[in-house]
Ligand binder design. Structure first.
Ligand SMILES: Nc1ncnc2c1ncn2[C@@H]1O[C@H](COP(=O)(O)OP(=O)(O)O)[C@@H](O)[C@H]1O
Ligand SMILES: N[C@@H](CCOP(=O)(O)O)C(=O)O
Length: 329
């Protein structure tokens, strides 16, 4: 059986955008690339094997075996598709999205794994034995695994849909959950004058830690304030951006304040930028800061940012995650 390979390209994302906790997200033109191959191990495939190489962000840190997030996600996707797991998965990862900074690296990895597995399931592959050692059934023809299925599985693994939505669809997404538990999203395109700048610190904060700081309930007045700001922000981002509207539309009372003790330098930088009239928020669960640069205030950002932070103006990624053939990489 010949090896089959796909290359998947996935963007960074900035979630929440201030008031849109677990709802709003924006795709950014900073990408990870993953080359995924299904192969038949020379040992004859007595067990599931994985070989991973990583270049760039996370190199020397993430596991290089079956615990790697993309490998684990690929196996889970084969399970979900009702197909036998492949016996060998080889990954070559080129990572540009910083880890644990609030730029959706885990969501990008999960989306990459699901899209790679879906694409590779379309070709014949060597399947691993069942856990009881018996031979797997011949892979049936791949089932229909829709884009909605991809979004639902990625949300299930990631735990929230606001990074997964823009990672898969590109642009600005509004995500919500149906009463049945099914996640949904709507995609919008921000106005071409929307210019995101991310301010990325060296230090990290895991999303899990940041979520642990949130209270179980919030005052009704705060929920109401955020609903109004989130609606305003969608209008401000999709129309010609006006700084005053972006500033008002990026106010939040639901998560940033509660999380500030875990990222005091981020909270301080957001407050200083906002005092200068620059719409700034915590990107995702932090500690990166996302600012919307408007021509007149752009030069005020750099002097506020310390030397150990990277200032990165990034375009909005309008297309989202995609499978590209290895030849056109
Ligand atoms: N490309 C990747 N390959 C393997 N693991 C990854 C990758 N990207 C993220 N991860 C895992 O996810 C963790 C970061 O996830 P998280 O705390 O949610 O932060 P982020 O805001 O970057 O998504 C990393 O420390 C790593 O364990
Ligand atoms: N809504 C989530 C977003 C987390 O984004 P990440 O990029 O930090 O993973 C949250 O605020 O917890």
């Amino acid at each position: 059986m010949t090896d089959s390979t796909v290359v998947v390209r996935v963007p960074a994302t900035s979630a929440n955008l201030g008031p849109g906790f677990d709802t709003l997200g924006l795709a950014l033109a900073l990408h990870d690339e993953v080359e995924a191959t299904l192969y038949e191990p020379s040992s004859g495939g007595s067990a599931e094997t994985a070989e991973v190489s990583v270049e760039g962000e996370g190199a020397g840190e993430v596991p290089l075996d079956g615990r790697h997030l993309i490998v684990a996600t690929m196996r889970r996707t084969f399970d979900r598709m009702g197909l036998p797991r492949p016996s060998g998965i080889r990954l070559r990862c080129v990572n540009r999205i910083p880890h644990a900074r609030g730029l959706g690296s885990s969501s990008a990895a999960i989306c990459a794994g699901i899209l790679a597995a879906r694409a590779l399931a379309a070709e014949p592959y060597a399947a691993a034995p069942r856990p009881d050692g018996t031979a797997p059934a011949a892979p049936p023809s791949p089932p229909e695994f829709t884009d909605d299925d991809v979004f639902a599985l990625a949300t299930e693994i990631e735990g929230h849909p606001d990074n997964v939505g823009p990672c898969l669809a590109g642009g600005l997404t509004v995500a919500w959950t149906e009463p049945s538990g099914v996640p949904r999203m709507a995609k919008l395109l921000p106005h071409a004058d929307v210019r995101p700048v991310v301010l990325v610190p060296e230090h990290r904060l895991s999303t899990e830690t940041a979520r642990g700081l949130l209270p179980a309930s919030v005052p009704h007045a705060d929920a109401s304030a955020n609903a109004g700001r989130a609606a305003l922000l969608v209008a401000a981002l999709t129309g010609r951006p006006e700084r005053e509207l972006l500033l008002a539309g990026t106010e939040d009372r639901l998560h940033q304040g509660y999380r500030a003790p875990a990222m005091p330098r981020t909270a301080d930088l957001v407050a200083r930028l906002r005092a200068l009239g620059i719409p700034a928020v915590v990107s995702g669960a932090g500690p990166t800061v996302l600012a919307f640069s408007t021509g007149d205030k752009q030069d005020l950002i750099a002097p506020e940012v310390g030397n150990d932070w990277h200032i990165r103006p990034l375009d909005v990624e309008t297309r989202g995650a995609c499978v590209v053939s290895p030849e056109t990489r």
